[in-house]
Design a protein around this ligand. Sequence first.
Ligand code: C5P
Length: 399
Amino acid sequence: MFVRGRQILLGIGGGISAYKSCELVRRLQDNGFVVSVVPTQSSLNFVGASTWAALSGRKVYTDLWSDVEDVPHIALAQNCSAIVIAPTTADLLSRLAQGRADDLLTNIVLASTKPKILVPAMHPEMWSNPATISNVNILRQRGFLVIEPDHGRMTGDDVGVGRYPEVARIIDEINQHLLRNADLLGKKILITAGGTRENIDPVRFIGNRSSGKQGFALAYAAAKRGAQVHLIAANTQLPVIDGITTTFVETADEMDTVVKAEFPFSDALIMSAAVSDFKVAQSSDHKLHKQEIQPIDIVLNPDIVAGVGMMKQKGQIVVGFAAETSIELQKLQSAGRDKLLAKGLDLIYVNDVSDGKVFGSDQTTGMLIAKSGTVIDIPIISKDTLSEILLDQLLVELG
Ligand code: C5P
């Protein structure tokens, strides 16, 4: 199963110091990273695939020609937060500098837009060879972080620069490098996801078709950009995201209580949950029998986001979602703008959810409207991509 969280894809090059990466896997996990290991064929002479599988607790891919139907090099390239290669041998530096893709690891690197961190380890003569120096320069110019090796004793009797660095320094450098991409660092963001359920009796409820995918995608994207995220999930079937505080609720009243308690400590609320507008006036404490069935009295739920819109202080941002059905594009924009003003929002994402187009899907299409007047048309894109666009806009509103 794909676990969402801070994921490191750890490539292992064929050098004797490969054994030191066993410790690196453990310490990365202590730092909250989920680690997937991709050893090169030659590195398997030093440490076997079963060791990596046991340490990482995850499937280990070693070549391009297994599990081809999963297109693993693309999935692995896209699903990680960063690629770290430790040790990086002189040969790997050379192949990466040439942009080659002649094994699984180099394919992944070439297919990935994520930050790439290399930890070279080799004999001092190889490290100071002009060919290696030139390869390192090329890679640095292309944005790779190449960590300097340590000075000290090599496997034999030689002494010089080329040793595998202390694991603590590698982790420090990884953390700092990743934080540089963290434009939401220091921000606390409250996100609601899923759909509320209102009890009719202990067995039945009034619910809706929201899957929670959009809220979870937003939570993941915000956490990846450094935000401290609190996710409030209503009746979702999605796996929890590593490193994100998640509170589970069922009804609109429960969600209202948690949102109101947490909002004063948050920089932003993104209300992507589908909240039931109404609940049963008096739900039954036992399963209703056929002969008891009568028309059900319903009463309005609190409008959570409108309540927060009224209590927000200067500097706090509130984002709403609006799901409309069978509405013309022109009217979508005015409906969104009316809702934005009525509920005191700074930003609203309005979409047409008719014909099962959005609920439960991995894709979405709609319109992002800001209080400041900006309107962004969103073509059919993934919910992950919408999350990035929405967070970019949220940052603009946060100033
Ligand atoms: O009015 P409408 O339900 O279309 O508004 C949608 C927005 O309002 C969403 O952000 C939703 O989470 C929020 N909402 C709410 N409380 C309700 C109903 C909707 O916070 N009772």
